[in-house]
Design a protein around this ligand. Structure first.
Ligand code: PLP
Length: 395
C-alpha cells in the first residue's frame, strides 16, 4: 500500500531541509498539506500511474553544487536589462503597482494580439495553474491530461477533490489526443495539455493540437501550458492563443521563468476568454502576488530580444553537445523541444542521482513504467561538460 505523506511530515523527515537547493524542486510539486503526495512501497515519490520519482536520503551530505541541472532554469538570466529595471524600480516598492500592472497587461495583450481583458497575471504560471485548479475543482469533477505530464495543476485539482483521468502518451511521447478526447465524460471540467511536455521534452504537432483544442473546447475548457514554447526550435508547433480570437474556450499559460531567465523573479500570465477569467477571479485575484520590481523586470525582458535570441541559441548548442555525447556513451534520449532532456539509464535512478550529486551535479531521476530515467536540464556549455564527464565515469 502507498504511504501518504504530507508537507508537515516531509519537513519533519528532513527531506525538504537537507540540501534544500537541490531537493526543493522535487518536492515543490504537490507538497501541499492536503495533497495526494505519496511514497510508494519502494520509497519513491508517486507522481502518476506511470511515473515515480527518486529523492536523496535524508542523511545525504550534498557537496557544493557545480552543475545545477535539476530545475529547468535558464542559466543566463536574468537579463541585464531586467536587472537594471529591478534596481531602478525598487525605490517605488512602497507603492502598490496597480497602474504599472495594467501597463504590463496592455503590453502583453498587444504582443499576444488579444484585448487586455483576456490576460490574467500571476507570480509565475504556477500560481495560475493552481488558481485554475482550485476554482475549477472545488466542487469535484474530473481532469483529463497526458501521463506523464507536468503535475502542478493536476496535483492541486486532486487535492481539492478532482478525479484525474491520466491518458498515457503515445509511443513517441506526444499527447494521445484521440484517447484524451475519448476520456472526456459528463464530469470532465478541464483538459490539461502541456506542450512541449515536461518531463518528456516531447512535442505534440501544433496543427493536431489546434484541431483538438478547437473541437474539444466546444465541450470543455482546454488549458494549454506553453511554458517551453519559445525554446521549441525547429518544431512543428504554434501557440494556441490564436484560438481566442475565435472565442474558443482555451486557456494558455505562459511564463517568464524559462526563455526570459526569471524563475526567481516570478512572473507568468494566462490568456483566456474574459468570461473565464471572471470565473477564476470570483474567488482569487490576478497579479496581486507580483512585486513592483518584477513588473518592470518583465517589461524590460520582453523588449530584450537579444537576450531571448541568445538563450535560444545557447540552449540549442548545449543541447546538441549533450546529444552527441549521449550518442557516444550509448544513451538513447527523447528528442527535446525544451531546456531539458530525459533518457533511460542502466542503473537504478536513486544510485545515479546519488553518484552524480557526490560530484556536485544535480539532476532528477524517475522510474517511468518501472524503468529508470535521468532528466537533465540544459545548463551552460561548461555545466554540460561537467555533466557529460560525470556521466562518462558511470559507464
Ligand atoms: N509549466 C511547466 C510545464 C513547467 O515546467 C513549469 C516549471 O518548471 C511551470 C509551468 C511553472 O513555472 P513558473 O511557475 O516558474 O512560471
Amino acid at each position: 500500500m502507498n504511504q501518504k505523506i504530507d508537507r508537515r511530515n516531509l519537513l519533519k523527515s528532513g527531506l525538504m531541509a537537507i540540501g534544500g537547493m537541490t531537493l526543493a524542486p522535487h518536492l515543490s510539486m504537490g507538497a501541499f498539506s492536503n495533497s495526494p503526495f505519496f511514497l510508494d512501497p519502494e520509497n519513491r515519490i508517486y507522481r502518476s500511474p506511470m511515473v515515480r520519482e527518486h529523492f536523496l536520503p535524508a542523511d545525504f551530505k550534498a557537496p557544493k553544487i557545480i552543475a545545477r541541472l535539476n530545475a529547468n532554469e535558464n542559466p543566463y538570466g536574468p537579463p541585464m536589462s531586467a536587472q537594471k529595471a529591478v534596481a531602478d524600480s525598487v525605490k517605488f516598492g512602497n507603492r502598490y503597482a496597480w497602474k504599472e500592472m495594467f501597463d504590463l497587461i496592455d503590453k502583453i495583450a498587444k504582443k499576444e494580439g488579444v484585448p487586455a481583458d483576456h490576460i490574467m497575471m500571476g507570480p509565475g504560471s504556477s500560481d495560475l495553474l493552481e488558481k485554475v485548479a482550485i476554482v475549477t475543482f472545488m466542487k469535484g469533477g474530473n481532469i483529463v491530461s497526458a501521463d506523464p505530464c507536468y503535475m502542478s495543476l493536476v496535483n492541486v485539482a486532486e487535492s481539492v477533490g478532482a478525479k484525474w483521468k491520466a491518458v498515457p502518451c503515445t509511443a513517441d511521447w506526444s499527447h494521445d489526443l484521440k484517447a484524451m478526447e475519448a476520456a472526456i465524460d459528463k464530469d470532465t471540467k478541464l483538459v490539461y495539455v502541456c506542450n512541449p511536455n515536461n518531463p518528456t521534452g516531447a512535442i505534440t504537432s501544433g496543427k493536431d493540437l489546434l484541431d483538438f483544442c478547437s473541437r474539444v473546447s466546444e465541450k470543455v475548457p482546454v488549458f494549454v501550458d506553453e511554458a517551453y514554447i519559445e525554446l521549441a526550435v525547429g518544431a512543428d508547433t504554434q501557440s494556441m492563443v490564436s484560438l481566442l480570437t475565435q472565442k474558443k474556450n482555451v486557456i494558455v499559460a505562459r511564463t517568464f521563468s524559462k526563455i526570459m531567465g526569471m524563475a526567481g523573479i516570478r512572473v507568468g500570465y494566462m490568456v483566456a476568454l474574459p468570461s473565464y477569467i471572471k470565473e477564476i477571479e470570483k474567488i482569487t485575484r490576478g497579479g496581486m502576488g507580483i512585486s513592483y520590481t518584477s513588473i518592470f523586470a518583465a517589461s524590460a525582458s520582453m523588449d530584450d530580444k537579444e537576450f531571448q535570441g541568445n538563450t535560444r541559441k545557447l540552449n540549442h548548442e548545449a543541447k546538441a553537445y549533450l546529444y552527441s555525447n549521449l550518442d557516444k556513451l550509448g544513451y538513447k534520449y527523447i528528442p527535446s523541444f525544451t531546456n531539458f532532456v530525459i533518457f533511460p539509464i542502466a542503473i537504478p535512478g536513486k544510485e545515479m542521482m546519488m553518484k552524480l550529486m557526490e560530484k556536485g551535479v544535480a539532476i532528477r531521476t524517475f522510474d517511468i513504467q518501472d524503468k529508470p530515467w535521468c532528466r537533465v536540464s540544459i545548463g551552460t556549455m561548461d555545466e554540460m561538460k561537467i555533466f557529460v564527464s560525470a556521466l562518462g565515469q558511470l559507464s
